[in-house]
Design a protein around this ligand. Structure first.
Ligand code: NAD
Length: 310
């Protein structure tokens, strides 16, 4: 149990994650929050008076809390949240504290932050713990955490207990930055499948097949996969898929492009051959910049690739 928890980054994901903590941690636990957007802080503090308290910056949150979670967009934000010499988490004594970064960023930045902490604070522990499951999963409390730690890590039980309050599975991935390596590999695969599914649906439909029949065939055949089954990019195939709802309320195409780019960079760095990476990156970059697709669910690549939506 913890008497104090800190949370930095109260956006689409962070806000519902904090609400789960406020609803499930013992009433005596205080949650200190910070975001560069003041309104994001005020909304939460007003909703949970006395339980969620305002931090003046990331450093202040780190000073007050025993365990600190961060959920910001990109590597540059993670650097500034942790390393800023005036307002950052490392500007205060964080010895003995647990720090968990849930942002999806590159492994090199995460390792650099971890090294910086390890050299200055002998007893502070930093972990990467990116999530999967989207905004809906964050609200429902079903997101999965890919935790950058060894299965025998002394902190694993404590980390799992806390993360489980905000989600479902917590998978220890083996060591520092490997949660991120797992997350980026996952999103690379899911991004490639969405493009492949769009193309396969399109060629079948242009040949005369009904898209629902085609989806049944994939489900019964060797091509069976979750994207085709539950997130089919063709509108009307699966009623609950974002595509059947105008590609709204899914995983935004610009976030997929961000993660895909990070995955391709990682593949290059580790010497993975990655022949589909270039085509995928070009496709998601094009879709992200297409006004018919921007801000919509990433499976809108089907539209970008000229698929028929009738
Ligand atoms: P978001 O843009 O909605 O929220 C990010 C928040 O961080 C914003 O409120 C922003 O003001 C705040 N922020 C930025 N810089 C800050 C700083 N220096 N100090 C304090 N606060 C700062 O983004 P999101 O959708 O919540 O995503 C957060 C992370 O989770 C990203 O890395 C994203 O890739 C990942 N993720 C998102 C989804 C999704 O579906 N949205 C799913 C899985 C993972």
């Amino acid at each position: 149990t913890y008497s104090t928890v800190g949370f930095v980054g109260l956006g689409a994901m962070g806000r519902p994650m904090v609400e789960h903590l406020a609803n499930k941690l013992p009433e005596t636990t205080r949650i200190y929050v910070f975001d560069v957007v003041q309104a994001a802080i005020d909304q939460l503090c007003e909703k949970y008076p006395g339980r969620i308290l305002k931090g003046s910056d990331a450093k202040d949150v780190a000073q007050k809390a025993e365990i600190i979670i961060t959920m910001v967009p990109e590597g540059s934000h993670v650097r500034s949240v942790y390393l800023d010499s005036t307002h950052g988490i490392c500007a205060t004594d964080i010895n003995g504290k647990l720090l968990i970064d849930c942002s999806t960023i590159d492994t090199a930045t995460s390792l650099a932050v971890k090294d910086h902490i390890a050299t200055r604070f002998a007893t502070a522990s930093f972990y990467d713990a990116p999530v999967s499951g989207g905004v809906v999963g964050a609200i429902d409390g079903t997101i999965a955490f890919f935790l950058g730690c060894h299965p025998t890590d002394a902190n694993l039980a404590r980390l799992t207990a806390l993360l489980s309050l905000m989600g479902g599975k917590v998978i220890p991935c083996g060591g520092p930055s490997l949660g991120l390596a797992a997350k980026l590999s996952n999103n690379y695969l899911s991004g490639i499948i969405a493009i492949a599914c769009s193309e396969a649906m399109d060629m079948g439909m242009r040949s005369g097949l009904d898209p629902r029949v085609l989806a049944q065939v994939f489900a019964a055949g060797t091509a069976q996969n979750t994207i085709c089954d539950r997130f089919n990019p063709v509108p009307g195939v699966f009623a609950k898929a974002p595509s059947s709802n105008g590609y709204r309320e899914g995983f935004k195409v610009q976030l997929m492009r961000k993660d895909f780019n990070l995955a391709v960079e990682m593949a290059k760095r580790v010497g993975s051959k990655n022949v589909l990476g270039g085509a995928g990156l070009e496709t998601y970059t094009g879709a992200m910049n297409d006004p018919r697709c921007r801000d919509l669910d990433s499976r809108v690549v089907y539209r970008y690739l000229g698929g028929n939506e009738e």
